[in-house]
Design a protein around this ligand. Structure first.
Ligand code: CP
Ligand code: NVA
Length: 307
């Protein structure tokens, strides 16, 4: 039996596998856009476990599975036995006997790892406190559509050194671009995977201006991620100078793109003029979650389809 492949963090796939996935995502996107039906997953079921809120992740996986001919089931903590303390290992055994693939959004990365360890079927990380690989997969697809290969480019991160930022760092290593991250003191990105990200790959800077200067892509995220709500007041104060404004965008390359994983808070981490302006590609990012994840699901379940 072939070993089960999971997608728990960005570094789980190789450069070459990403090249395949980005190409395949564009094929599936074109086919969906032209109304062509592509249903290789008839009879297949995805279990989607949500321990945190979601709009995009739920809709993109559910719509994607339906388009591929399969079905997606929604489970949350409130209405499932997970909320009453059923161990993740038991949940994994049960779900993987009745579904072909599992997607989970939860708190600690270790929970996703335990789920994968006890699952017979592929597990996809739909966001943890530490990583959000599906987001950066879609974001890089969005970059490629607009600007071509991301290798050799510079991505500026402004704000919290959070799950999305940490995923951009892994992507920089795998795909050969540079991440420059500016975060307030105490909120800097921490490396959790033991990888030595050299200076060609990762630069921590103090000021947003330093990060954005000459960048090909400027990206940010909320001041307060899910699970950190108790810190909201302190964060509002700490991040006051970390808004992506039109003035800040002017320091980037003239053709720089602006990205935000959404949901966004206009007037906090980003000015309305930027997120609603001509450099912003946030709606493409959201849509591309679905196309990229369809390619990912197909890859994990069926391997490299060329049809
Ligand atoms: N970007 C993203 O993951 O959005 P949701 O929280 O709405 O799923
Ligand atoms: N960093 C954010 C991303 C939301 C999609 C969070 O974890 O809440």
């Amino acid at each position: 039996m072939k070993p089960v492949r999971h997608y728990l963090q960005f570094s789980d796939l190789s450069h070459e596998e990403y090249q395949f996935l980005f190409a395949r995502s564009q094929v599936l996107k074109r086919r969906q856009g032209s109304g062509e039906s592509h249903r290789p997953l008839v009879g297949k079921v995805m279990s989607m476990v949500f321990e945190k809120n979601s709009t995009r992740t739920r809709v993109s996986f559910e719509a994607g599975m339906a388009q591929l001919g399969g079905h997606a089931m929604f489970l949350d903590t409130k209405s499932s036995q997970m909320g009453r303390g059923e161990p993740i290992e038991d949940t994994a055994r049960v779900l993987s006997r009745m579904s072909d693939i599992i997607m989970i959004r939860t708190f600690e990365q270790t929970l996703v790892e335990r789920l994968a360890e006890y699952s017979r079927v592929p597990v996809i990380n739909g966001l943890t406190n530490e990583y959000h690989p599906c987001q950066v997969l879609a974001d890089i697809l969005t970059f490629i559509e607009r600007r071509g290969d991301i290798a050799g480019k510079t991505v500026a991160w402004v704000g919290d050194g959070n799950n999305v930022c940490r995923t951009w760092l892994q992507a920089a290593k795998v795909l050969g671009f540079k991440l420059k991250a500016a975060s307030p003191r105490g909120y800097e990105l921490t490396v959790l995977d033991g990888v030595d990200y050299g200076p060609d790959c990762f630069e921590r800077v103090a000021e947003p201006q330093q990060a954005v200067s000459g960048a090909d892509l400027v990206t940010t995220d909320v001041f307060t991620s899910m699970g950190f709500e108790a810190e909201q007041q302190a964060r509002l104060a700490a991040f006051a100078d970390y808004q992506v404004t039109p003035e800040l965008m002017r320091l980037a390359r003239p053709d720089a793109l602006f990205m935000h994983c959404l949901p966004a808070h206009r007037g906090e981490e980003v000015a309305a003029a930027v997120i609603d302006g001509p450099q912003s590609v946030v709606w493409d990012e959201a849509e591309n979650r679905m196309h990229a994840q369809k390619a990912l699901i197909e890859f994990l379940l069926l391997g490299r389809r060329q049809d």
